[in-house]
Design a protein around this ligand. Structure first.
Ligand code: NAP
Ligand code: GLV
Length: 314
């Protein structure tokens, strides 16, 4: 079985993936892009981490494109992505667990004012603030999929009042959480949300959702945690909402342009805490097993897991 591994990986990451995949699937032959292009009909699957547009063009033997990323917005934006080839995304409980840790850190820090205390330390200020309880804090999680459901369950276990928002209603909601579905339900949820955590996929329907109108529906002083994609957020609207006090703080992991350019106002804004797109990284130790299971299913003619609906965009 000839397989392609390619994408936005530095030399160390490429080495780690090669080793993990070789251990998980010793029977496979792993090729780089140049070798795959030399035998375009023989490569049956491509394992990719946001490869440059055009990378998979002309690989006529492909029967599966397996993403190492959970979000496939950049992959699907490639107009040359071979049509008709199934695309699977990364679904790994270890990644959802890492995301739940990041969301818990952000929520706890907002609840207890730890970002404010860090700012006070830098300014040499000794001042205590009112201590809020977890059950005083209402958290809305946008997206109730692999990431959103894990985050919502972790926050609820910590005592927060959590509601989740998804596209479609379900007969049973994940982890028994209050699940809100559709645009009207979002408008009902936002005025009751002290913290909003975004874990939506980036699609035509969700691009730019976090804008001035969205912020104006929240209680004054609410906080935003964007762990989805930078293009969900209208950055100028966020800066205006922080400036006016409508929002008290933003925790941002993802940005319109990554890496965040030098001189961007977010770098030094007192109301912004930022991470370098590190909320939940794919861990080769567990993810290689997820990839191997799907590649073996392909080889054995079994159903493929974690397939993306290209029309829907996630
Ligand atoms: P997923 O399992 O596909 O879940 C997506 C959720 O979003 C589903 O609950 C879906 O609703 C909901 N949704 C989609 N479109 C919607 C809409 N228009 N309105 C309301 N809800 C909508 O995806 P996932 O694995 O949880 O990942 C979600 C996103 O997290 C990824 O696409 C990526 O952008 C981001 N992510 C970021 C990092 C990071 O390190 N920052 C890491 C991993 C993932 P239904 O349930 O009704 O379909
Ligand atoms: C990270 O952002 C991912 O989508 O895996």
């Amino acid at each position: 079985m000839k397989l392609l591994l390619c994408g936005e990986l530095d030399a160390g990451e490429m080495q780690a993936w090669r080793q993990a995949l070789a251990e998980a699937m010793p029977e496979a032959t792993w090729l780089d892009l140049a070798a795959a292009r030399a035998a375009p009909g023989e490569v049956v699957a491509a394992v990719v981490a946001n490869p440059p547009p055009g990378s998979l063009q002309g690989l006529g033997g492909l029967r599966l494109i397996q993403s190492l990323w959970a979000g496939v917005d950049r992959l699907l934006a490639d107009p040359t992505l071979p049509a008709g080839v199934p695309v699977a995304r990364m679904v790994d409980p270890a990644m959802a667990s890492a995301m739940a840790e990041t969301a818990l850190w952000a929520t706890l820090s907002l609840q207890r004012g730890f970002f404010d205390y860090a700012r006070q330390q830098r300014a040499g200020i000794w001042r205590q603030h009112a201590q809020r309880r977890a059950d005083d804090v209402r958290v809305a999680v946008l997206g109730a999929g692999q990431m959103g459901a894990a985050v919502a369950a972790r926050l609820r276990a910590q005592g927060y009042a959590v509601g989740a928002w998804a596209r479609e209603a379900r007969p049973t909601s994940p982890a028994g959480l209050p699940l809100h579905a559709g645009e009207a339900a979002l408008q009902g949820l936002l005025p009751l949300s002290d913290i909003v955590i975004n874990l939506l996929p980036l699609t035509a329907a969700t691009r730019g959702l976090l804008d001035a109108r969205f912020f104006s529906a929240l209680p004054a002083g609410a906080a935003i945690v964007n762990l989805g994609r930078g293009a969900h957020l209208i950055e100028a609207d966020l800066l205006a909402a922080l400036g006016s006090g409508r929002l008290s703080h933003a925790v941002l992991d993802v940005f319109q342009v990554e890496p965040l350019p030098a001189g961007h106002p977010f770098w030094v804004h007192p109301g912004v805490t930022l991470l370098p797109h590190a909320a939940a990284l794919t861990d080769p130790r567990s993810a290689a097993e997820v990839v191997a299971a799907n590649l073996r299913a392909l080889r054995d003619g079994l159903p493929l897991a974690h397939l993306v609906d290209r029309e829907r965009g996630y």
